[in-house]
Write a protein that binds this ligand. Structure first.
Ligand code: GAR
Length: 221
């Protein structure tokens, strides 16, 4: 059977992409990354992909008349690699709903909050401002609603006295890497899927998102 294949979309630093690259090369993640696509032709993520020998594609919004045309073109580029799954790993654009619909159940996103809390931007600061005791990250199937699709798994960490958005983000990032790799693994192995709009594990709907445990495994909440 062909190895499960991923297309990863990134806009920036690409540390989550790097975690996926490393996990595919060690075999922790039984998958291959067929392509990395970006809306930012000069981003570090594309450099990381090239260094790993992965095909890259990038397009600029300014070369397209509108968002939908850009999205259709970028996702057509990704589709040429026939990925089983598209992973949004620090991809910082809202995607046209018609394009999202084409990839329903085959596209996931990592978001730095415990969804449904704090969709959108400035998630770390919003968690601090709200006085939250706990913050975290979520991996979810992408739906037309921004950061609103069914959540598969989450990683949580305590907010401590004196935390700033920067310190919180820095502590969360390594957890994000484990969370994304572990979730992609469950999808690649066929343990998790989206069925009827719900996350299903081994044929049964998940009552709550899985949680990242200290040993790096995803467990029932
Ligand atoms: C990550 O923290 C990811 O959760 C966040 O962007 C960062 C990308 O870092 N994504 C979003 O905010 C999407 N709404 P990376 O480029 O080093 O992987």
């Amino acid at each position: 059977m062909a190895l499960f294949s991923l297309a990863v979309l990134c806009s920036g630093r690409g540390s989550n992409l790097q975690a996926l690259i490393d996990a595919t090369s060690t075999g922790t993640l039984p998958a291959r990354i067929a392509a990395v696509c970006s809306d930012k032709p000069n981003c570090t993520a594309l450099t990381r992909a090239r260094q790993a020998g992965i095909a890259t594609r990038s397009l600029r919004q300014r070369d397209f008349p509108d968002r939908a045309a850009f999205d259709r073109a970028l996702f057509a580029d990704a589709a040429q690699f026939a990925p089983d799954l598209i992973v949004l790993a620090g991809y910082m654009r809202i995607i046209d709903p018609a394009v999202v619909a084409q990839w329903q159940g085959r596209m996931i996103n990592i978001h730095p909050s415990l969804l449904p809390k704090y969709p959108g931007l400035r998630t770390h600061q919003r968690a601090i401002d709200a006085g939250d005791a706990e913050h975290g990250a979520s991996v979810h199937y992408v739906s037309a609603e921004l950061d609103g699709g069914p959540v598969i798994a989450q990683a949580a960490l305590p907010v401590v006295a004196g935390d700033t958005a920067e310190t919180l983000a820095a502590r969360l990032l390594p957890l994000e890497h484990h969370l994304l790799v572990a979730t992609a693994r469950l999808i690649a192995t066929g343990d998790i899927a989206l069925e009827g709009g719900r996350v299903v594990r081994d044929g049964r709907p998940l009552p709550a998102p899985l949680r990242l445990a200290v040993d790096g495994k995803l467990v029932a909440a």
